[in-house]
Design a protein around this ligand. Structure first.
Ligand SMILES: Cc1ncc(COP(=O)(O)O)c(C=O)c1O
Length: 431
């Protein structure tokens, strides 16, 4: 057994995982990673949707190295440091209109927690509404907001003051053939949740513009406009959790841009710095002003190296037109996947935006989730040298979220391997 795998068994906490892939990743470049034996893999999961500009983008690496030679840490909130200022200015220019003030943390959950606290301080209200099937992190507060028992089990009881509304999961709804009606009904149910499941003290509604861990659920195009009408009637803020969908992943810099709605607070992490740990929440100046001296801080937040990497990463995204590339390559991939769907009844639905793509596998017309099949496909793809993810509330969604620089030839290679794995898994076991 590999030395590293043995040390994992002896010293790393992994009991919470069903399995860790039996490979040791040693190095990476662009869309490819290599294991310690020099075997090459095509990475179609990007380290859980993180390295959007590709692994070890030379400009991101150069920016981080240059910053490392000058200053690694001195607390970016006790003193001024240029990378924080430069990155915050850049985000103010690319974020939805009016969102010009950012706070930087280290990971997604931390940023969500900061955004929740800010929403409470600004509104003077205390409750939150979240969606069924959502995922917002693994801290206690963010698990409390998460609408998926699979992620919450054995961690409760959770925070009071959080109510859940149905997600616009059209495929498994009564309105499977009318997604816009599904969206209208789901938005209407938020009004009911406010009236029947809260104390009328709701500070914010939080949602992922495309739900990642929930199985790449793409709300119909009218959903957030309908939701916003309800929120505005009740004076409730909208927090867009773009931890997974942000930074070009869906074909726009931020997924909420597809919906013609501006959130009050935008939360980002994962793709922000091409793999360096960094997160942000960004809001309007009057909301940001609700944080008074002493209200918030993070020791490592706004790390200069991570911020310098993020700035270079965003410049790369703009200059290499990565969101547009994601839109085009994503369309190409989904067309091919829909072709496969016609030949294989195991594929219930292909859905996605840009390069945030999910293939929901079902066993029959009752949509029985094919979760073991999804895992078997992921494992078969690993053996073929292709990394993908598995997710969804029922664990039956194969996730393709490659770096946005992936070429059509690489997509072909990955999807040929997927088609072969699908056939292998669909065949009845030999007696
Ligand atoms: C939508 C969303 N929000 C929050 C998080 C939590 O981010 P982190 O794991 O960096 O704390 C995730 C992680 O997958 C996520 O997908």
């Amino acid at each position: 057994m590999s030395n590293t795998i043995q040390k994992y068994k002896d010293y790393v906490m992994t009991g919470f995982l069903k399995s860790v892939a039996p490979i040791v990743i040693d190095r990476a470049s662009g869309v490819k990673v290599w294991d310690e034996n020099g075997r090459e893999y095509l990475d179609c999961f990007s380290g859980i949707s993180v390295v959007n500009a590709g692994h070890n983008h030379p400009r991101v690496v150069a920016a981080a190295k240059a910053q490392m030679d000058k200053l690694i840490h001195c607390s970016s909130y006790l003193y001024h440091v240029a990378p924080v200022a430069d990155l915050a200015e850049k985000i103010a220019h690319i974020a939805p209109r009016g969102l010009t003030k950012s706070f930087f943390g280290n990971g997604g959950a931390e940023a969500i927690e900061g955004a929740l606290k800010l929403a409470r301080l600004y509104t003077g209200k205390h409750e939150f509404i979240s969606l069924h099937g959502s995922f917002h992190g693994r801290s206690w507060g963010t698990l409390s907001l998460t609408g998926n028992q699979g992620r919450k089990k054995r961690g409760g009881p959770y925070a009071p003051g959080i109510a859940f509304a149905p997600a616009p999961y059209a495929y498994r709804s009564l309105w499977a053939n009318d997604p816009e009606e599904c969206a209208r009904q789901c938005a209407k149910s938020i009004d009911e949740v406010i009236r029947f499941a809260t104390a009328g003290d709701v500070a914010a509604f939080i949602a992922e513009p495309v739900m990642g861990e929930g199985g790449i659920l793409v709300p119909p195009t009218n959903y957030f406009r309908e939701v916003k009408k309800v929120l505005d009637q009740h004076g409730i803020l909208f927090i867009a959790d773009e931890v997974q969908s942000g930074f070009g992943r869906t074909g726009k810099m931020f997924a909420i841009e597809h919906y013609g709605v501006t959130p009050d607070i935008l939360v980002t992490a994962k793709g922000i710095a091409d793999g360096f740990p960094l997160s942000a929440f960004t809001t309007r100046p009057e909301i940001a002003a609700a944080y008074k001296p002493g209200d918030h801080l993070s020791t490592f937040g706004g790390n200069p190296v991570a911020c310098a990497a993020a700035l270079a990463n965003i410049q790369v995204m703009e200059e290499e037109h990565l969101p547009a590339r994601a839109a085009e390559t994503g369309e190409y991939a989904m067309k091919k996947l829909r072709g496969l769907q016609k030949q294989n009844p195991l594929i219930g639905e292909v859905r996605g935006l840009g390069l945030m793509i999910g293939v929901e596998l079902v066993r029959d017309e009752k949509l029985t989730p094919a979760n073991t099949e999804a895992e078997a496909i992921r494992d078969a793809l690993l053996r073929e040298g292709v990394l993908v993810g598995v997710g969804g509330v029922y664990g039956n969604v194969v996730r393709f979220q490659p770096p946005l620089i992936i070429t059509k030839e690489q997509i072909d290679r990955a999807l040929d391997a997927f088609a072969a794995a699908l056939t292998e898994v669909s065949q009845p076991a030999a007696v």
